[in-house]
Design a protein around this ligand. Structure first.
Ligand code: ADP
Ligand code: GN1
Ligand code: MG
Length: 378
């Protein structure tokens, strides 16, 4: 079920009562579903007082995040670290971190009698997000945002962070889950399903590339965001500059390559991952260049030779991984990602697989962009 359907499902009065826990006696003017995330249910709460800032209210998906308290703990560690670092060495432009808003009892979250887990975050003032990139300037800003996240967390020891989602971005594990489902379910036949089955079977080897590089010591564990797709990056409505990165539920120890790959696969698909025109999906080279330029403008200081070597692999592995995750979820009966209709995850997987074909067809151009940008960065 998608969050936009949630406001009807959850009685408005119930959500209102939960929002009151965080509004600290202020009168609530309105509550609306917000954003287009696939995991949590997100609402924007506006207040009666003219000067009062609206805030974000979220019901954490506890089927995905089994220990939401750890999610909040990580968020605090991250926010404290970054605020401290920014205080010591400020950036030369606006960069905001969402604040966790306390309940009336001073807690980071509100747990309902039925076990739902809710939290509130300050709304990043005057911001907006986009599901697709419109131009190269935006692409540079998306890259800048991810680079800034990595830069500001490059000295956050990842072992301090709890593992909020075991196995997240361990691609061979998703392949294993797929094979388990494949072995136990009877699968309907259709041209689209056949295409997906063949696609996965032809590319199984991709799943191990980044994990093998990690095991060989070529890629180190660092603090990763985990989910830096385009709509988790917020832009200032006036300046059009990136001012924040949100959706911090998966900030934990991992490979920055999963982030780099995810940001590129999401940012370079201009018709977006929700399109039904999956055959028209393409990986746009100009946007790829823009994202990488923006990324390296802040990230070059901590990247190693191997990091550059694996950027192209990162793009194809994460695109394969996401297609595989959507397809497995479709075969499993849509239990992980919010969906609007039963075939939704199948269409989403087709989009990612088509995107991967486009990436593969342009490998030499992508490699050249990476090489050129690397030498400019040195
Ligand atoms: P999900 O895990 O379901 O993707 P997110 O935390 O990403 O949930 O929230 C959904 C969307 O709401 C984000 O993509 C972003 O556009 C918006 N959003 C989330 N947090 C904030 C915030 N603090 N300020 C402004 N917008 C936000
Ligand atoms: C989910 O929560 P959201 O919509 O920002 C997912 C990501 C996927 C993305 C694909 C915790 O991100 O891994 O890349 O959907 N988040 C989680 O749209 O699984
Ligand atoms: Mg999100």
């Amino acid at each position: 079920m998608h969050q936009n359907d949630q406001i009807d499902k959850l009685a408005r009065s119930q959500i209102m009562a939960i929002a009151h826990q965080f509004s600290l006696q202020k009168q609530i003017a309105d509550i609306q579903p917000f954003g287009s995330g696939n995991i949590n249910d997100t609402f924007l709460v506006s207040l009666q007082e003219v000067e009062a800032q609206p805030f974000i209210l979220q019901r954490i998906n506890t089927k995905v995040f089994r220990e939401p308290k750890l999610v909040m703990q990580n968020m605090r560690i991250y926010a404290n670290h970054v605020r401290d670092r920014l205080q010591k060495s400020p950036l030369d432009r606006r960069w905001d971190i969402p604040k966790i808003l306390p309940t009336q009892q001073g807690q980071d979250y509100w747990k309902t009698d039925s076990g739902e887990f809710w939290r509130s975050l300050s709304f990043i003032a005057n911001s907006q997000s986009f599901d697709v990139m419109g131009n190269i300037e935006q692409a540079r800003e998306v890259g800048y945002a991810l680079g800034t996240f990595h830069h500001l967390t490059s000295d956050l020891v990842p072992e301090q962070l709890a593992d909020t989602l075991a196995g997240f971005h361990v691609t061979p594990r998703y392949l294993q889950q797929y094979e388990e489902i494949f072995g136990t379910r009877s699968i309907n036949k259709s041209p689209e399903i056949d295409y997906c089955l063949r696609f996965v079977s032809d590319r199984k080897g991709l799943a191990h590339i980044l994990e093998s590089a990690k095991a060989d010591g070529k890629l180190p564990l660092r603090t990763m965001h985990g989910d830096p797709k385009v709509n988790n990056i917020l832009f200032d409505r006036q300046t059009q500059l990136a001012v924040s990165i949100v959706d911090l539920d998966t900030v934990k120890s991992g490979l920055v390559h999963y982030d780099i790959g995810d940001c590129l696969r999401s940012g370079c698909n201009v018709i977006g991952e929700e399109t039904e025109q999956w055959q028209d999906v393409q990986f746009e080279m100009e946007l790829c260049q823009g994202i990488l330029q923006g990324y390296l403008s802040t990230a070059r200081s901590f990247l190693t030779e191997y990091d550059y070597t694996y950027i192209y692999d990162a793009i194809r592995v994460i695109t394969f991984e996401l297609g595989l995750r959507f397809f497995t979820d479709y075969l499993s009966g849509n239990i992980y990602f919010n969906v609007k209709h039963p075939e939704h995850n199948l269409w989403r997987s087709l989009v990612q697989f088509r995107l991967l074909e486009s990436i593969e067809a342009q490998e030499s151009v992508i490699q050249k962009i990476i090489k050129d940008i690397k030498y400019k960065a040195l």
